[in-house]
Design a protein. Structure first.
Length: 348
């Protein structure tokens, strides 16, 4: 929104946020305000004969379908590396420059947060499409990986604020059908974004085989996903007689997970949120007899088996969570989601 700035060397209009990134590559992009700066006739003519669509056709001509194209809502790192990849490195004009994320194999070192002590330690990571897995090793010469994460169940999402690093990436995978989180970063912004797109590329090629009839348009939204919502709520247990405890909640597609700490490796618990056709619903408030909540803005989620009670600190939080839950519940369930729901019902 509000493209009040322009790169008069590239012939494109940009927003205020992106204008700052363009200013950092002056050898490629020269920036002016559309309203505040003086423009000479040649510059105006150049803008008129180019424009964003012309630039897109040129600078994105060989862009792979799996490459993540950020929006203005994405973090600074993703937007900066997109602009540099497109205009400075010209990665989507020259296919050979896409090797770091398109080759199907990638290895290198990332700083990984320790599960117990919270310290970031250098760990070797290997992504192999052929093996269908991302692995990491605790020692450089280790024969066996510490973890094998199947590409089938892999997700990656940038979480700079949560991880406390502008290049912080959260990788999740399923272990015994429970979600496991790992938190990594690399000092070099291009390096961590290349890892992110390499994971997306591996997922893309896996899904092409798994769903041979599907189009790129169908597959691309499944490559990686941002969380629908995260934040603190209070919760009580299944008998609803114990006190409410403050927990960090993450809504990941249909999995509502809760953690003692936002950077925990494993969720304390997960709740499957199905659709209204299957008798799931969300209600504002808590049952009248509820006790033990410190926060006053309650939410009740009704599932076919039981009710889950949550409390939010503010009315705004309550409204945002209810809206998020309603979006999920109003979406019909996919065939594969019934299998996930069945697993949740049979969890010990």
């Amino acid at each position: 929104p509000d493209p009040d700035w322009a790169s008069h060397s590239l012939g494109i209009f940009i927003c205020l946020n992106c204008s700052g990134i363009h200013r950092n590559i002056p050898q490629v992009s020269k920036v002016k305000s559309v309203r505040l700066d003086d423009w000479d006739d040649a510059q105006v003519e150049f803008m008129a004969s180019n424009g964003n669509n012309v630039a897109k056709a040129k600078y994105e001509s060989k862009m792979p379908p799996f490459y993540y194209k950020p929006t203005f809502l994405d973090c600074q790192l993703l937007r900066e590396q997109w602009i540099r990849a497109k205009y400075e490195r010209k990665e989507f004009i020259h296919s050979e420059k896409q090797e770091p994320y398109s080759a199907g194999y990638r290895e290198g070192f990332l700083w990984k947060r320790g599960r117990d002590n919270g310290q970031f330690l250098s760990r070797k990571f290997v992504l192999s499409e052929r093996e269908g897995a991302l692995k990491y090793f605790n020692k450089n010469d280790a024969k066996e990986p510490k973890a094998i994460m199947k590409i089938e169940h892999l997700n990656a999402t940038f979480q700079p604020a949560k991880i406390g690093n502008p290049h912080g990436l959260q990788i999740t995978y399923l272990k015994d059908n429970s979600t496991r989180n790992i938190f990594v970063y690399h000092e070099d912004g291009k390096e961590i974004v290349d890892w992110f797109n390499a994971i997306r590329a591996a997922r893309f090629h896996y899904l092409q085989v798994a769903f041979p009839g599907a189009s790129d348009v169908d597959l691309v939204p499944k490559l990686s996903r941002n969380y629908l919502k995260e934040g603190y709520m209070e919760k009580t247990g299944p008998k609803q007689t114990e006190g409410f405890k403050k927990r960090w909640f993450t809504m990941d597609d249909r999995r509502l997970m809760y953690f003692k700490d936002p950077l925990d490796a494993f969720a304390r618990g997960e709740v499957f949120i199905g659709s209204k056709e299957n008798s799931y619903k969300v209600l504002e408030g808590l049952p009248p007899s509820t006790q033990g909540n410190h926060w006053q803005h309650g939410i009740t989620i009704v599932t076919p088996d039981r009710k889950f009670l949550f409390a939010c600190e503010t009315e705004d939080d309550q409204l945002e969570w209810i809206t998020t839950f309603q979006k999920v519940i109003s979406r019909p369930m996919l065939p594969q989601e019934y299998a996930v729901e069945a697993h949740f019902k049979h969890k010990p």
